[in-house]
Design a protein around this ligand. Structure first.
Ligand SMILES: C[S@@+](CC[C@H](N)C(=O)[O-])C[C@H]1O[C@@H](n2cnc3c(N)ncnc32)[C@H](O)[C@@H]1O
Length: 205
């Protein structure tokens, strides 16, 4: 069976759904062959509601943006420069439709296999990683994020405990200073910062 993370050849049938978050209404175009085609995914919602909105600024990258929910919603509540990347062209087409549908200007979507087409560094990297694409891809996204973060940068990940949150967290701790900042119905929200940030804050103290 085709998985949502492939550039699927399923018959297109674009539909829309409405959702409310942060006291705002959004409308999203979705289609067959994309992640969470009927509603805002609960893990994604939990991730959005766990982010430090008051501190989100600068360049923000979402890896595996699907049809664009995370950058589109955030761009309405935070003044920052958003980029969303994905390998699924159908999802990226929908992301462009959704950008127009929700009247967003500060969001750019483009095709990229993990960080292949990404340029420069970011203040925040956010991901609801494609677990079904396999551990190699997921780890490429979460472990290589360190090479695309500014020195004060932060990485935020949502992962379900049934999809290996515990072992992922352990592995992240080998590379980043990592913290589980929220848990909701099995979804863990993990925050990672580069190790030197802790060293520097200890030196300042
Ligand atoms: C769990 S979905 C999250 C979608 C969206 N961010 C959301 O929260 O609704 C993961 C996304 O990662 C994308 N993906 C899969 N493999 C990828 C890769 N190698 N590079 C970038 N994105 C990838 C999938 O196409 C999918 O849209």
């Amino acid at each position: 069976m085709s998985q949502y993370f492939e550039n699927v050849d399923l018959k297109s049938n674009i539909t829309k759904y409405k959702t409310r978050i942060f006291d705002m209404d959004f409308c999203f175009n979705t289609d067959n062959g994309v992640f969470s085609k009927e509603k805002l995914d609960f893990g994604t919602r939990t991730l959005l509601e766990s982010l430090p909105l008051d501190r989100l600024k600068g360049r923000v990258l979402e890896v595996g943006c699907g049809y664009g929910v995370i950058p589109i919603i955030l761009s309405k509540v935070v003044d920052a420069e958003f980029e969303g990347i994905d390998v699924n062209r159908r999802a990226l087409h929908l992301a462009e439709l959704n950008k127009k549908e929700n009247k967003c200007s500060n969001v750019t979507f483009y095709e990229s296999n993990c960080y292949e087409s990404v340029k420069g560094k970011y203040d925040f990297i956010i991901t609801n990683p494609p677990i079904r694409a396999g551990k190699k891809i997921v780890y490429e996204i979460i472990m290589n994020a360190k090479d695309y973060l500014n020195k004060d940068g932060e990485l935020y990940i949502v992962v379900n405990k049934d999809q290996g949150a515990k072992s992922m967290f352990k592995d992240l701790c080998n590379i980043y200073n990592s913290e589980v900042i929220n848990k909701n119905k099995g979804f863990w929200i993990i925050k990672c910062i580069l190790r030197w940030q802790l060293v520097e804050s200890m030196l300042i103290i």
